[in-house]
Ligand binder design. Structure first.
Ligand code: UDP
Ligand code: MG
Length: 335
């Protein structure tokens, strides 16, 4: 492992790389696994002659890992990357992409909200020469109105402040050619907003619209706190506009103060001193106090980012890579 690389060494495969890798991050998805593979396998068997499924167990607290290891005895293509704790979906996806060996990879959720029926279509586009194929939600009917509204506001803001174009409602259901995977993995930053990184690396991209179905089993792991944190991460990773904003606000306030100051000076010179003004004074003090705190907070967001980057920590830690061939003793003791 090179010192400045965020990933562990990769295993080489003697039997030749698969054509397609499915990369699936899972966190407490035990209830839906049978259904997931029951749906995926027939589709994959029909779609390609050689595929693998890389499931990343992102610190599940239930028996997800146990179930996966059991499933390995019947699914020869199943490889399980077991992370040492919950690192979050973005990191888990990166771990999966690092361990996958396919000529292309398709990343999808374990809850079948990314309909596998689209996979043949995605592969067809890839074989046509597109290096990235992204599934875009045609509508967000399965989301609440509040979540829909905040998603719209988020994409509007993100596109307004960053130089790149982000496709609204593109999920993490996408096909990536090997060149895209390598470009993505070569990016050194530690705070990662995957969608942004994929947009940044570029390549020929095709969009497929689809209806996003309800979760097949279990419940969503993304509450508003997590979504807000991801949104702040996205915006601060792809734009320095929030920093510059305070320069503009400062300029406007300085100009205003100058004119108001001149006005008060003139008035005092002409009409003499005028003591009352407590209300305007306290309002001004509070207003500028608030603005100061806000702008320091924004600064802190970026300083925090620098702090995270300089620590050079890996994105995730792998406890163990479970290859199908070494899963003979099903349900064995785990380290
Ligand atoms: N996930 C994960 N780590 C986490 C949270 C979620 O690997 O910390 C996985 C989860 O198991 C699922 C996918 O990410 O396969 C999407 O999660 P979820 O369905 O909860 O998100 P939503 O569809 O509500 O956006
Ligand atoms: Mg989901």
């Amino acid at each position: 492992m090179s010192r400045d690389h965020p990933h562990p060494p990769r295993r080489t495969d003697e039997s030749g790389p698969p054509e397609v890798s499915l990369v699936i991050p899972v966190h407490n998805e035990s209830a839906g696994l049978d259904f997931l593979f029951g749906t995926l396998l027939p589709i994959m068997d029909a779609a390609t002659a050689h595929f693998e499924i890389v499931v990343v167990n992102d610190g599940s607290g239930d028996d997800t890992l146990q179930r996966l290891l059991e499933l390995q005895s019947s699914i020869a293509q199943l490889r399980v990357v077991d992370l040492s704790r919950n690192f979050g979906k973005e990191a888990a996806l990166t771990a999966g992409l690092w361990h996958c060996r396919g000529a292309c990879a398709i990343t999808l959720d374990a809850d079948l909200q990314d309909p596998p029926e689209l996979i043949p279509q995605m592969l067809a586009k890839w074989r046509e020469g597109f290096e990235t194929v992204v599934a875009v939600h045609a509508d967000r009917n399965t989301d609440t109105a509040l979540r829909r509204g905040s998603a719209r506001a988020f994409y509007f803001l993100l596109n307004a402040v960053s130089e790149m174009r982000f496709v609204p409602n593109a999920g993490d259901f996408r096909l990536l050619d090997r060149v895209v995977i390598e470009a993505f993995l070569a990016l050194p930053e530690r705070t990662r907003y995957n969608k942004g990184l994929f947009a940044w690396v570029g390549f020929r991209q095709h969009l497929i619209e689809h209806q996003r179905p309800e979760r097949a089993a279990g419940e969503s792991k993304f509450n508003y706190r997590r979504l807000l944190s991801l949104a702040i991460q996205a915006i601060t990773s792809f734009s320095s506009f929030p920093l510059r904003l305070w320069t503009y606000v400062g300029m406007v306030i300085a100009a205003f103060s100058f004119f108001y100051g001149s006005f008060i000076l003139l008035r005092t010179l002409i009409l003499g001193t005028d003591v009352p003004g407590y209300a305007s004074l306290i309002v001004a003090v509070m207003f500028f106090g608030g603005i100061n705190l806000l702008s320091i907070g924004v600064l802190g967001e970026y300083v925090g980012r620098i702090f995270m980057e300089t620590k050079q920590r890996p994105l995730y830690v792998v406890r163990r890579l479970h290859e199908p061939e070494d899963s003979v003793g099903v349900g064995r003791e785990l380290r």
